[in-house]
Design a protein around this ligand. Structure first.
Ligand SMILES: [Zn+2]
Length: 256
């Protein structure tokens, strides 16, 4: 939070942690009494002291909005091409590396930019990127953004991506892009099938393809034609096998 100082600074005072606590309590009380003007809460510390594995005390930098943006950030750009727009969207997510070279090294998203030639959604995109960037910089757990965005449905209907994945909206696709990015930098774990599940899915797929022998050379989908939408992974990869709907993408089975 930025505070504009209107008057000349005549003296200053260093706030001690216990005073900060008291100020916070006072603010909360005032707010509870309904008379409180929202005042700035004391800033959280950007570093915490922890004991490392050798028993030494180490200062660990945490993500915090007061953290200054370094001159150079590393990032990735993702292309989103939807069938409902002629122009592609380019999503860039830049990361900051905290505690570089130490055992507490962590890569965290710092800012997001979206570029498109399509200006239909310009103001919403600007608002969204500013808010997402602000959430990134606030620190704490930011992975909730993925689920919030993925749950957005376009009332005009979603669309199918090449490969057979259903996207309920462009915003949801943005959620998938952020998810992919957070998985790449290690903030979210990639869902993966274990060896046994993967083997089962591969076997079932080979069996189904051998049985039907209807591979359309021009089909864009990675999955057999006529496959149904899987409710678990949103991919048209559900096929009927031995009287049981089975997903060839994630292994979901209606028969347990
Ligand atoms: Zn599935």
């Amino acid at each position: 939070m930025t505070i504009k100082i209107e008057r000349k600074i005549v003296k200053y005072h260093v706030q001690k942690p216990e005073e900060a606590q008291a100020a916070k309590a006072a603010t909360t009380q005032a707010a509870n009494a309904g008379e409180g003007v929202p005042t700035a809460l004391p800033p959280l510390p950007t570093t915490t002291t922890v004991r490392d594995k050798n028993g030494h005390m180490a200062q660990v930098i945490r993500m915090h909005e007061k953290l200054e943006r370094p001159e150079v950030l590393i990032g990735s750009t993702y292309k989103i091409k939807t069938p409902i727009s002629d122009h592609a969207m380019y999503v860039t997510i830049n990361d900051i590396v905290l505690n570089e070279g130490t055992e507490y090294e962590q890569r965290r998203p710092f800012e997001i930019f979206i570029n498109s030639k399509n200006l239909d959604h310009f103001q919403w995109i600007v608002a969204l990127t500013r808010i997402i960037s602000a959430v990134f910089r606030k620190g704490g757990d930011v992975t909730f953004l993925v689920d919030e965005l993925k749950a957005v449905f376009d009332p005009r209907g979603g669309y199918w991506q090449p490969g057979g994945k259903f996207m309920p909206s462009i915003i949801a696709e943005l959620g998938y892009v952020i998810e992919r990015h957070l998985q790449t930098i290690g903030l979210l774990r990639k869902p993966h099938l274990d060896e046994h599940q993967q083997k089962l899915v591969d076997e079932k797929r080979a069996e189904y393809e051998a049985r039907t022998r209807q591979t359309d050379a021009f089909a864009k989908s990675d999955f057999p034609e006529g496959a149904q939408l899987c409710a678990k992974c949103n991919t048209a990869a559900m096929v009927m096998m031995d009287g049981c709907m089975t997903c060839l993408n994630c292994g979901e089975s209606k028969c347990g």
